[in-house]
Design a protein around this ligand. Structure first.
Ligand code: ANZ
Ligand code: ZN
Length: 767
């Protein structure tokens, strides 16, 4: 069998397409925005896992173009972040240099695979002309009072020497480096994402996203409906939040978190030493440790249960968390497992009660309806170098004015954070520094850039100092998709008309690991900017599809240290970009993890060789309607693997030859998957206009119907149902179809099946 010369063909067409500007979005109607999550350009280059999503989105992009849509399919670089900075610490090479080099390599690899990006719209989050607008959005948040300074114990990575947001701590470990996080009390910029808790929750309903991702966001936002109930203790009041107000009759003790502000006040003299000691000990513990065994101490005081009028003891215990609800609970050991464990250990009353009052009734007597969210505000400052500078200065003079009560000329944010003043002179460029090392003190390396640090207050001209913390990794990616619609604009983040034309993103493809990070943060910024009338839409991504990981051939996660990384450059060199693309799509369901298999890539190559060698005949008996329908539907539902399988089956049936007309139709179906190969064959058949400019083949509904029949399904000779099936299907397929159709067949013990071609299938089952 003759093999096609992929290395020559692929390069040739890539150059031709670029020259003909085949993939540039024009802004015509109807249009379609298909987006990949843009990568962090690491020093390792692409691995074979990246292209799984990129090829998938590329198939859709080609398909939509052939369906007549003007397609926006862009790529860019999420290039701020720790690895470039860590490399700089080690070698002294400026992160911008490393970043430039890495981007170059990523881009070459993407071009090698023939991805049809519109490179005229490439963006880079570390470019001042880009981060000017990231800073601008931050200032908008600040001005509206949605950014505030707060000193409180935040998650701290001792290795990265920076504070982290809650979303960046995965099972107690730093999302970046895997080090166990600790708590550190430092002053931080925090964004009020909690103001949007309800909208973020509601907005999920209209999104076509994987249910599992939506559920993760719902859980993260964590809405609980219940009541606030007040318990009085001497002359103080303890407010608790409960989701089960009707259990108040069984509340036999109260528990305060060690951090609760009333602990000191209500602890009796006798108990003071023990309580102080306990509070000190629990401060050292991590949140997960606090949940493990139930520990606690008695405060010596009693509270009044408003429902039973009984006096119940007040305890301090660290299984109650300080930042949820009010950091205090009514303990109902008969109905709550945590409280039960605690009551057992401390020998407290466990009162069985009859729940004869409804939650509503209890609220009307003793409480107030309340809603709580688990979502916390977003800790937004990082004590690191390689990030967007926060464009604020600190001015003592302005602070004094505000503290004296002057409000005129100050924004809401400035009044909320006295002394902190917006610097609207953007972009505020990241200065060069000698040392990139994080200091560990809570200041970023920018504190050493003396000349940059010292400035004058933009408001009053007095000497002022710049904020030295930088923005987190997630800032630039909150809004990057907006910039693609108008990447060069230096007057606005993007032109309104262009935004209206393209946004929100029609289809977004990327990793599920971003569920409560990027995918949540971005929705928050978009909702805010929409409220500010800056954006004409209120959700970022209409449709989201997540990609399964590609594992090493040994089934393990690919990693350099394990030495099991498959390098895409080698694969493409050996088998060609098209075979690589076909295999990436064929290897398994798009959203599921799957191990790389070297035999599979070989199979993909052979499939293309087979097409290359097809004999062209005057007339064939092949059925293209069927395959067109199948592939159309599969692409629309991201079932790329079954689409490739259908193409393979079609080609197997063409071993006696194929007509030129059918081959041309088939090549159009193949083109999104194997564009270079299809283009070459298309060209060889005498066509001069690119195959990627052809319209997507249509199938004949009527003809398809004639090729279908009603498959009768019987169980033990009795008709139990029927289903439309294509004529000529074999027994195996008919069995599958019938079991998918008749639910009850799943529970039956099937002894044998009798199949009458194009008529019926009878399952002989045990009675
Ligand atoms: C009495 C009760 C009885 C409760 C019962 C539950 C079951 P979610 O659903 O997660 O919102 N709680 C309130 N604040 C807390 C805090 N700071 N730390 C730990 N636990 C806290 O949980 C709300 C329930 O968690 C509340 O309802 C409260 O216990 C507890 F059969 O009140 B419940
Ligand atoms: Zn000032």
């Amino acid at each position: 069998m003759a093999e096609y010369d992929f290395s020559e063909i692929e390069k040739k067409w890539q150059q031709k397409w670029a020259k003909d500007k085949l993939f540039e979005a024009k802004g015509k109607k109807p249009n379609f925005f298909i987006l990949d999550m843009f990568p962090y350009p690491s020093g390792d280059g692409l691995h074979v896992g990246h292209p799984r999503g990129y090829v998938g989105s590329d198939v859709v992009a080609h398909y939509m173009r052939m369906k007549g849509f003007d397609v926006l399919h862009p790529m860019g670089w999420d290039a701020f972040g720790l690895p470039a900075e860590n490399y700089a610490i080690k070698t002294g090479v400026h992160p911008s240099i490393t970043t430039r080099k890495n981007i170059q390599r990523f881009k070459e690899q993407m071009q090698m695979i023939g991805l049809s990006y519109d490179w005229t719209r490439e963006i880079n989050t570390t470019n001042p002309s880009y981060y000017k607008w990231t800073q601008w959005i931050f200032l908008k948040l600040f001005e509206k009072g949605l950014a505030y300074r707060k000193k409180f114990p935040i998650n701290w990575c001792p290795s990265c020497k920076t504070g982290l947001a809650n979303e960046e701590v995965i099972n107690g470990k730093c999302e970046r480096c895997g080090t166990e996080t600790t708590k550190k009390k430092i002053e931080q910029w925090v964004l009020k994402i909690t103001d949007y808790a309800e909208e973020l929750l509601k907005g999920l309903e209209k999104l076509d996203w994987p249910e599992q991702i939506k559920e993760m966001q719902r859980n993260w936002i964590g809405k609980s409906e219940g009541a606030d109930i007040v318990f009085s203790v001497n002359d103080s009041e303890i407010k608790v939040f409960t989701t089960r107000p009707e259990t108040v009759f069984g509340a036999t003790f109260i528990v305060l978190a060690p951090e609760h502000e009333l602990v000191k006040k209500i602890t009796t003299f006798k108990q003071k030493k023990e309580v102080d000691n306990y509070v000190k000990q629990s401060k050292k513990k991590l949140d997960i440790e606090r949940q493990k065994d139930k520990t606690g101490v008695f405060t010596g005081s009693y509270a009044l249960n408003p429902a039973t009028k009984e006096k119940i003891p007040v305890y301090v215990a660290d299984y109650v968390l300080p930042y949820y609800g009010y950091g205090a609970i009514m303990a109902v050991p008969a109905h709550d497992e945590r409280d039960y464990d605690f009551a057992k250990k401390f020998d407290l009353e466990i009162k069985e009660i009859e729940l004869n009052k409804s939650a509503e009734q209890v609220i009307e007597l003793y409480g107030k309806k309340a809603i709580n969210y688990k979502l916390r505000d977003w800790v937004f400052s990082r004590q690191r170098y390689w990030g967007e500078p926060i464009p604020l200065v600190f001015c003592e003079k302005c602070k004094e004015k505000i503290e004296k009560g002057e409000t005129r000329g100050f924004s809401k944010g400035e009044l909320l954070n006295p002394g902190w003043i917006s610097d609207n002179n953007l972009p505020l460029k990241l200065p060069d520094v000698e040392k990139y090392q994080p200091t560990g003190t809570g200041e970023s390396p920018l504190a050493q850039a003396e000349a940059w640090l010292k400035t004058n207050c933009p408001k009053c001209g007095s000497p002022a100092k710049r904020e030295t913390n930088t923005m987190p990794q997630w800032a630039g990616s909150c809004w990057y998709f907006i910039r693609y619609t108008d990447p060069e604009n230096d007057k606005e983040l993007a032109d309104k008309k262009k935004m209206k034309e393209w946004l929100p993103v029609d289809s977004y493809i990327g990793g599920a690991e971003h569920a409560v990070l990027h995918l949540l943060y971005s929705r928050f910024w978009v909702k805010f900017l929409n409220d500010e009338k800056i954006l004409p839409f209120d959700e970022s991504f209409k449709k989201l599809r997540t990609i399964g990981l590609i594992l090493a051939p040994d089934g393990q996660k690919m990693s350099k240290s394990r030495g099991n990384v498959i390098n895409p450059d080698e694969i493409v060199k050996k088998y060609g970009a098209d075979a690589f693309r076909i295999y990436e799509m064929f290897m398994g369901p798009f959203d599921q993890a799957i191990a790389w298999d070297s035999k599979g890539i070989l199979g993909a190559k052979r499939f293309l060789d087979k097409i290359w060698n097809l004999k062209i005949v005057e007339k064939d008996n092949l059925n293209t309607d069927q395959v067109i329908k199948k592939i159309t539907e599969d692409i629309e539902s991201e079932k790329f693997n079954t689409a490739v399988a259908a193409m393979m089956e079609f080609i197997n049936n063409a071993n006696k030859g194929i007509s030129k007309e059918n081959l041309e139709s088939f090549l159009k179906l193949l083109a999104p998957f194997a564009p270079h190969f299809s283009e070459e064959m298309w060209n060889n058949l005498g066509n001069r206009e690119s195959i990627l400019r052809q319209s997507w083949p249509k199938y004949d509904q009527e003809k398809l119907k004639q090729q279908e029949f009603e498959l009768v399904i019987q169980i033990n000779g009795k008709v139990r149902g029927s289903v439309r099936a294509e004529t000529g299907i074999n027994k195996q397929k008919a069995e599958k179809l019938a079991t998918e159709t008749l639910e009850k067949l799943k529970d039956k013990k099937i002894k044998k099946t009798i199949f009458v071609k194009d008529k019926l299938i009878n399952f002989v089952c045990a009675e």
